[in-house]
Design a protein around this ligand. Sequence first.
Ligand code: NAG
Ligand code: NAG
Ligand code: NAG
Ligand code: NAG
Length: 393
Amino acid sequence: MSQLSLVLVLTLALIPSQWSWGIRKIDGIYAQPSEMNYAPPRWNVPAMYIFGDSTADSGNNNELRTIARANFPPYGRDFDSRHASGRFSNGKMTSDWINDLLRLPLAPPYLSRESRMFPFQGANFASAGAGILNNTGNVLGEKISGWQQIELFLERRNGLIATMGVDAASKHLRDSILYFATGGNDYIHNWITNDTDAALLPNNEFNTLLLTTFENQLQVLYYAGARKAAVLGIGPVGCAPHFLWQTNTTTGDCLESVNEYVSEFNDGLREMLVRFNQQNRGAHFEYRDCFDVIYRMVKFPFNYGFSNGNTACCGVGNYGGGDRCLSPMMVCDNPPLNFWWDEYHPSHLANNFVARQLWSGVDPSTTTRNSTSTALYSFLTIQQLAALQLTGD
Ligand SMILES: *[C@@H]1O[C@H](CO)[C@@H](O)[C@H](O)[C@H]1NC(C)=O
Ligand SMILES: *[C@@H]1O[C@H](CO)[C@@H](O)[C@H](O)[C@H]1NC(C)=O
Ligand SMILES: *[C@@H]1O[C@H](CO)[C@@H](O)[C@H](O)[C@H]1NC(C)=O
Ligand SMILES: *[C@@H]1O[C@H](CO)[C@@H](O)[C@H](O)[C@H]1NC(C)=O
């Protein structure tokens, strides 16, 4: 690359594609994370690297042959641009709101042209249908599996080293925040549906397989220079409209057996991360809980301004959980009032509440004890992670 084009790329990279400061009106929704109303401290975070499933995919699956796609209306109807970008939301996903809180331009989907044009803006590797295990989500079609997402990160890292030099690239990666929203599909599109051999394992062994695989993935990223990571637990997927429809409940109650499986995963994930941070010098891989905040919202939707916590705004059948959101005709009358956008995914506004919890919320489940010690560990919030000044280790 010539000097001039490098300067051009760098200059363009410094102009964020969308600023989101202050209060913004989105189709009748006033998005008001309290933190956004104040003059920004400049977080010590140059970029975000996003890994995971449909709760974080910002358009990678548009490029793949799969039914797990959301690049058609009414998806995106409440997004800034009204564009159906591929996000499984009527507007923003939780990871987008975190991007905003960090005052960074949205990390482009890695498979997009935009990502090649703006290689210093971080990247989104998430892919709808993907999970921790390679075969999770295979029934839906192509996806970028957990391991493949890591491989693409390493590819980007090589590109950064080639353009920035090894020192600047190392600093960039060390200060960046990695964001993980994965594991849900390993239950939804693998274990529960008996889709693969791994699904034959009893719950505790399947859990262990997920956690050891995930730890190996995180370890590769640590060796590649990552130091700051927000690792989300799995949400209460048993409360998703799909399972309410499937069990044909008359009470609207969550399928608690599924919630128990994912809670066991979350408990194991906390323990794993405590150990991981002890074993890897300088690592700040922090557990962030979204289970409790989502559970509270689906149980007490009125407290959060939602009219209900169990019915998808866009879907068919009881609870709107019988199929995906396929057409604008399926959309409910007042989308902002629904916690759930479709059979599996929370809405724009619901995601804002979740993001604020991940950003600065402290709750009991963010602390844990390891198996041999009674010491209580607390994980850093994403805000604390952002403020952290790291020296090179
Ligand atoms: C998962 O896929 C990766 C390639 O992306 C491969 O290296 C790895 O061996 C696979 N793991 C299993 C258990 O098949
Ligand atoms: C999966 O297998 C288990 C154990 O064999 C069985 O109880 C369950 O009903 C199966 N689930 C589905 C969706 O086929
Ligand atoms: C669901 O329950 C309703 C009434 O409670 C019943 O009429 C309907 O047939 C049930 N549907 C299925 C698919 O079991
Ligand atoms: C648990 O925490 C103690 C105290 O920090 C530490 O010495 C020990 O190695 C930890 N054990 C495990 C299994 O992580």
